[in-house]
Design a protein. Structure first.
Length: 103
């Protein structure tokens, strides 16, 4: 999956959520950390953003995956880091499943 497509779709989703919530949306760049930069972008909102992004990209992102935070930490990820994670997930899903011998 193309990183530019993922990034533009991610920014579109984040801007849409902020606008629909009536909240300010600062300029989102590759270095923006949505969890820190977007007002009220918290554990009630990021799952919605992940679901919207997955639907728009036609991929699956597990419910227990937070693409906005480094796994098992409180470290917020940048848009670039989030895009890399989503591209990796999409690539993983697009890879053909290995076939068992004599299948």
């Amino acid at each position: 999956m193309n990183a530019m497509l993922v990034q533009s779709t991610l920014v579109e989703v984040l801007q849409s959520i902020q606008a629909d919530s009536g909240l300010e949306c600062p300029t989102i760049t590759s270095k923006t950390k949505p969890l820190e930069a977007l007002p009220q972008f918290d554990s009630k909102i990021w799952p919605v953003a992940i679901g919207m992004l997955a639907a728009k990209l036609g991929i699956t992102i597990a419910d227990d995956v937070n693409i906005f935070r480094k796994d098992k930490t409180c470290i917020a990820l940048t848009v670039d880091e989030t895009v890399a994670m989503v591209v990796a997930l999409a690539t993983e899903q697009a890879a053909p499943m290995p076939q068992a011998a004599n299948a």
